[in-house]
Design a protein around this ligand. Sequence first.
Ligand code: C5P
Length: 318
Amino acid sequence: MAKMAQGLADDLASTLLLASDKGVLVAPAMNVRMWNHPATQRNLAVLRADGVAVIGPDEGDMACGEHGPGRMAEPEAIMAAIRARLDTGPLLLEPQAQVARGVLAGRHVIVTSGPTHEPIDPVRYIANRSSGAQGAAIAGALRDQGARVSFVTGPAAVPAPAGVDVIRIETAREMRDAVEAALPADAAVMAAAVADWRVVNAVPRKMKKDGSGRPPTLDLAENPDILAWVSGLDGRRPKLVVGFAAETDDIVAHATAKRLRKGCDWIVANDVSDGTGIMGGTENAVTLIDETGAEEWPRLGKDEVARRLARRIAEALA
Ligand code: C5P
């Protein structure tokens, strides 16, 4: 950083940096006192003024045994910062403020993801096979576009992306409350596989076989439909509400009807019929349905579906 700030070019890296007109992102990592030293902070200010983007350092324990700011940012956060810059156009040297701003900068998006767990007793629950992979990818893609993301997730099989506000819930009603607490938002993307029913006679102690041979009866009640509720909000309704529809047949007709029934703006319909390998897989075959009609996307990786959707959301909110 000191060499960059001075424009010294006496080795390959510093020569390349001086000879380049491309954007530069630095991820500083050093001892806490080195980081806090006025010389480093002076160099940092010079680099920022030159248009260099900075990620980190994080605060925490260091290899040298000390504690404080100076840890290298997490690799996933660095990758996200790189992707954000690649997604927002050519990496030309720009003032820091512009480099750091994605097209969704200043926007808040709520993403629901994963399954919900509806308890039967303290050890048993009703759930579904949602992995949460598509929702996590969407949250990451929105973050890469610069959005502030509230990621409301049930117990998913994939990790939450870095750089988003993670709100962990278990039941559909907790998910609804978390979404409400996260409002207001510019957009809401409801990718969660919310359980349709909860057990109303759930018990606080583990149920036991009583020896009678008669299994217990579970009484079910319908869960709140979070998508329909958000879509119908007065005043607090996000400008864009996106729902999902997992369909096995007649995809466009069913998803179009669902869009109207739920009152959302778009439905992302996916084909989960047998043999597609989409449920729990890494790819998705999607049809995007809005008020003008249906647009079939080719079979793509879930990450690419997420990027396309995030770009569409950015266009819709522009
Ligand atoms: O009615 P169905 O479950 O097929 O609708 C799917 C869409 O509705 C998804 O976007 C899902 O996240 C949302 N949904 C919801 N709350 C429910 C049920 C579904 O938000 N209780």
